[in-house]
Design a protein around this ligand. Structure first.
Ligand code: Z5A
Length: 212
């Protein structure tokens, strides 16, 4: 007899403003799932290891200047170059935990006066829509106490306030707000509870496209 194909993995995205603990929590979630016999991989955007990612890194550290439209499209392209890996991993039955995704792309770019929210959504439309977006919510003033804003672009309070507002405009019923002001362990437990709920409730049918 032929074995049934595995149930697809879950696509879990972690979003939030700066220093809300996204990377810390994404790593812990991957460990948690792998430790309970459910395969999961970690991904992050920007992925600074590809040629496009190197250009993004250089832009963020102020090595090069690029038109607002150009850097926006590079961030999108950086996600599209991982599209095959995301799809094949999910199809293999493993889950994909992503630290920042298209929501960062839109929230940051649209915080610039030159770019509108609708325009910004265009280049990521059609990427797989996450089963859940875990939004790490933390007052910006509190985030700033986790280290001074550095010298990278976008690390400035006024800009971050506009980013937060844009994030809120992108929310839908797949978003779960997580109180990120708690300890690392408490946040971790809330994240795990949400993921367990999603894994139990989701039908895991074909992945719909984002913003279609
Ligand atoms: N960007 C964009 O414009 N367009 C796009 O499409 C994408 C991104 C994908 C770089 O991203 C920039 O690119 C970013 C958005 C923009 N710009 N800004 N500003 P990045 O993901 O590479 O950003 P990052 O600067 O490396 O990450 P982050 O947001 O600053 O940090 P985080 O991942 O949210 O937090 P963390 O590294 O896990 O933790 C930060 C510190 O807080 C660390 O010392 C932890 O130990 C501490 N921490 C974590 N959790 C807690 C709790 N619960 N309590 C106390 N302390 C904590």
């Amino acid at each position: 007899s032929v074995a049934a194909p595995p149930r697809r993995g879950a696509l879990i995205v972690i979003e939030g403003c700066d220093r809300t603990g996204k990377t810390t929590q994404a790593m812990k979630l991957v460990e948690y799932l792998n430790g309970s016999d459910r395969k999961a991989i970690f991904m992050r955007f920007p992925d600074r290891t590809t040629p496009i990612g190197c250009l993004i890194d250089s832009y963020l550290s102020r090595g090069v200047n690029l038109e607002d439209q150009v850097i926006h499209l590079l961030f999108s392209a950086n996600r599209w170059e991982s599209h095959p890996k995301i799809i094949s991993t999910l199809k293999s039955g493993a889950s994909v935990i992503i630290d920042r995704y298209a929501f960062s792309g839109v929230a940051f770019s649209a915080a610039k006066e030159s770019l509108g929210l609708q325009w910004c959504k265009g280049s990521d439309a059609g990427l797989p829509k996450p089963d859940v977006v875990l939004f790490l919510d933390l007052p910006l003033e509190q985030a700033a106490t986790r280290g001074e804003y550095g010298s990278e672009r976008y690390e400035e309070l006024k800009f971050q306030q506009r980013v937060y507002k844009n994030y809120m405009a992108l929310r839908d019923d797949t978003w779960k707000m997580i109180d990120a002001s708690k300890s690392i362990e408490e946040v971790q437990r809330s994240m795990e509870a949400e993921v367990e709920r999603v894994m139990k409730e989701s039908k895991f049918g074909p992945l719909p496209g984002l913003w279609w």
